[in-house]
Design a protein around this ligand. Sequence first.
Ligand code: ADP
Length: 276
Amino acid sequence: MPQIELSQVSYNYPVRDGVSLKAVKNLSFSVERGEFVALVGMNGSGKSTLAKLLNGLFVPTSGTVKIDGLDTSDEANTFEIRKRVGMVFQNPDNQNVATIVEDDVAFGPENLGIERQRIIERVRSALEAVGMSDYAKHSAAKLSGGQKQRVAIAGVLAMQPEIIILDEATAMLDPVGRREVMDVVRKLNEQGITVINITHNMDEAARASRVIALRRGRLAIDGAPEDVFASDLLDACGLTLPPSVSLANELSRRGFDKMNVIDEDGLVEEICKQLR
Ligand code: ADP
């Protein structure tokens, strides 16, 4: 059984000014446990709406979303689904609910009604997983953007999710913060947590195991990064290639052999190999 299963999913926002907006149209795909999916597409293509459909915040207007076989439209499953699917949002300042880091991380498990001693253990191990143990007693407000997002991830981890959805979680961070967060997310994925990373950053998309591109609420491209980067539909989806891939393509046009690269490391390796 796939961990995430969408079948013919559509979602209409409620009618406004006489029009009902179909934000997601007829989406069908599934995700297996442990995948690292980058979800890309231009603004308004339906990514955030899809994220909210995945954690049961929205239920489909038609079609079904199942998490571990649990149908999100059945209210009896809501609690279980929220526990399994953690979300991290764009603005770090909107996510810290308590002033002290460890209280912030404890907030989720407290809401799940978990007993005190187990919460303490979970908070400790969640902060350790994101490399923020030294900051447990610090004020959340004084952290850098990357640190705040790592604390937000720890808050999600303390609920012991099986899936983490990041909705543009690195968009407001500087390159250092972005790297910190992506390193943590990659490590969690290696430990078996499924990751859905909604991003505009194509270098981040290149590092996913699978890229799904939405266009006007529909699934436009779905494949390994190298296949997606070679797709004719990239332009239509409003996506640009990662710099290393477009440089590789340009070099091929100027006489180098065709290069199959997705990142800087691959590019450097290819150039060295071909020059030798
Ligand atoms: P993305 O995350 O890819 O930018 P969204 O899922 O936010 O896309 O939006 C998809 C479509 O739904 C857009 O056309 C957007 O204007 C519309 N939309 C998003 N949120 C709402 C809302 N609360 N009410 C009505 N329409 C919305």
